[in-house]
Design a protein around this ligand. Structure first.
Ligand code: SF4
Ligand code: MG
Length: 319
């Protein structure tokens, strides 16, 4: 099937404190209907910023310098945040971590979902509401009249999911939606997200820093480091044989697929001390770094059904 959302060459600068900093560079992503796409990286690598900017929700102080976004059959300049926002708001829903904190504490969970539903539906709101609760694995009769503080974290996250689904989005951006949940609830949520994604033929971008989770639920992924995609493609070949040294480090750090836990961060910070950005931004952490890596940003090399950005895979280059 065709891609629903395609982000091409997105670059974002930060303009805080009067200084321009290049924070995301050449970001690409393409997700199809019915697919869960994993976007993985340590915190500070630019995952959320990239996805928010691509739906027109770049935070203040950010300058979207370049990039295009294709959504369905339409095409937008990423710098035109206003038109992105206006055109994508009906087709895209967002889901964040800590739903409990995001829900209005003074309104019952049933009413919160109902309010979202009312924006789209005119008839049989009550029927639809009960159905939505059922879809997210909650019983409306038991929970509908409860306030957010009266439900568990997992239930609150499902209520947030019901709100997200109430608009019947073509795309759901789930930004570390299970980070605040215990491991069992987390798995339940993701299994269930996967089944909804199939049933509704909805596209999902799952932002995560836990690679073992992504490995279970996503068919494709992009790995981001310091604002650059380092490797992207189908999950199976990347896991079978990670090419980028950063991906290799991440996969080696995945403890055991049956006991998922936080990713062990590699040594060194994401960005490193260097202010020079026209380099491989992993060079300060890379065991294979050589002078060539510092001369420019490594271009994408296509190999074994994926793209990798590392000089180790370049054809002979003239230095
Ligand atoms: Fe390491 Fe160089 Fe490849 Fe970057 S380009 S990952 S520093 S070998
Ligand atoms: Mg984030």
């Amino acid at each position: 099937t065709e891609s629903l959302l395609t982000i091409t060459d997105l670059s974002i600068d930060s303009l805080r404190d009067g200084t321009r900093r290049r924070i995301v560079e050449g970001f690409n992503l393409s997700v199809r209907a019915g697919e869960i796409y994993g976007l993985v990286g340590e915190s500070g690598s630019g995952k959320s910023i990239s996805m928010m900017a691509s739906v027109g929700l770049a935070a203040q102080g950010l300058d979207v310098r370049s990039g295009t976004v294709n959504f369905g059959t339409r095409r937008f300049a990423a710098s035109d945040q206003k038109s992105l926002r206006g055109n994508l708001s009906h087709g895209v829903s967002l889901l964040f971590q800590n739903a409990k904190g995001a829900l209005n504490p003074f309104i019952t969970v049933g009413k919160q979902v109902e309010r979202v539903l009312r924006r789209r539906r005119r008839s049989d709101i009550q029927g639809e509401l009960k159905e939505l609760f059922r879809v997210v694995g909650l019983n409306y009769a038991d929970l509908g009249r409860k306030y957010p503080h009266q439900v568990s974290g997992g239930q609150a996250q499902r209520v947030a999911m019901a709100c997200a689904l109430a608009t019947e989005p073509a795309l759901l951006i789930a930004d570390e939606p299970t980070t605040a949940l215990d491991v069992t609830t987390e798995r339940e949520m993701l299994r269930f997200l996967a089944s909804i994604c199939r049933q509704r033929n909805m596209a999902v971008v799952l932002i995560a820093h836990n690679l073992s989770l992504v490995s279970e639920y996503c068919s494709s992924l992009s790995i981001l480091h310091a604002g650059q995609v380092v490797e992207t493609g189908n999950l199976a070949p990347i896991f079978a044989e990670p090419l980028h040294p950063y991906t290799q480090g991440l996969i080696a750090a995945v403890p055991d697929v049956d006991s998922p836990r936080e990713l062990v961060p590699l040594i060194g910070s994401v960005w490193g001390g260097s202010s020079e950005l026209d380099r491989c931004r992993f060079s300060h952490r890379c065991p294979h770094a050589m002078p060539r890596c510092e001369r420019r940003i490594p271009p994408a090399v296509k190999r074994d059904g994926r793209e990798v950005h590392c000089v180790l895979y370049e054809q002979e280059v003239s230095a």
